[in-house]
Ligand binder design. Structure first.
Ligand SMILES: [Zn+2]
Length: 111
């Protein structure tokens, strides 16, 4: 061990749950589409933020465990919104917590 308590999270991962087996459940999201240029109306920025389409998913990294949310959830959120605070995000969080509590698959050694 390097002594570091934190390792870099994979790109797109927004939350992680440590499983009892020492692996992790990763919650991540992908941008399906780049955000539109913010609309500038007159002297003020439009109050309605552009919507972006994201895919929310949860996946276990335990070796031999390919568990994940049955299907990625595609949804629209305001640009700059918080995916974890959306309904699919909350659901994925709940699933991740529940799976982390019972999954005993261990992560593959990195060396
Ligand atoms: Zn698992």
């Amino acid at each position: 061990m390097s002594g570091q308590t934190e390792t870099a999270w994979p790109e797109g991962v927004i939350a992680r749950f440590l499983t009892v087996g020492g692996a992790a459940v990763d919650l991540s999201f992908d941008d399906e589409r780049a955000p539109d240029v913010p609309v500038h109306q007159g002297t003020a920025w439009a109050s309605t933020k552009p919507m972006i389409t994201i895919t929310v998913m949860a996946r276990c990294t335990g070796r031999g465990c390919r568990a994940g949310t049955s299907e990625a959830t595609v949804m629209e959120i305001p640009w700059g919104g918080r995916p974890l605070e959306t309904e699919p995000g909350i659901e994925a969080t709940r699933w991740g917590q529940a799976h982390a509590e019972k999954c005993r698959a261990m992560p593959r050694p990195t060396n």
